[in-house]
Design a protein around this ligand. Structure first.
Ligand code: ZN
Length: 135
């Protein structure tokens, strides 16, 4: 695969989470990078991640972008986005689906989550994004 954001998106479309590992200093990058920013080597390997992690921080969004409004989110139906620390080390920002049990979202920090792949249709394009659910 290409160690680029485009390569990462193609992997996502095939339901894989691809990172790159530096063969010299062992640093792991998500999305993948072709050159290690730490030691400037191009000796990078593809590493596929599990999609398992924990919630590091999160917030509720009620003023939503049009793509999320089209899915039914808004003031009366906010969605939650947050930072997930993956068990392999890298963190990413993604939507997090929580059970509607009335719990305060801030109490979810540290909650174990697992990634799923969600297809978003935008005009002629279908884009796959990660959405996390409680493990
Ligand atoms: Zn390196």
């Amino acid at each position: 695969m290409d160690l680029t954001v485009a390569g990462y998106m193609k992997e996502l479309s095939e339901h894989r989470i691809a990172a790159s590992r530096c063969n010299d200093c062992d640093a792991l990058y998500l999305p993948p990078r072709p050159i290690c920013p730490n030691c400037q080597t191009r000796k990078m390997s593809v590493e596929r991640l599990s999609g398992e992690g924990t919630v590091a921080g999160l917030t509720s969004i009620s003023i939503v972008p049009s793509a999320m409004a089209a899915k039914g989110y808004g003031r009366k139906n906010p969605y939650v986005t947050g930072v997930v620390a993956l068990k392999e080390g890298p963190s990413l920002t993604a939507r997090i689906e929580l059970p509607d049990d009335g719990g305060e979202i801030q109490s979810r920090v540290g909650m174990p989550v697992t990634a799923s792949f969600e297809a978003e249709v935008d005009g002629d394009e279908t884009r796959v994004t990660l959405v996390f659910q409680p493990s």
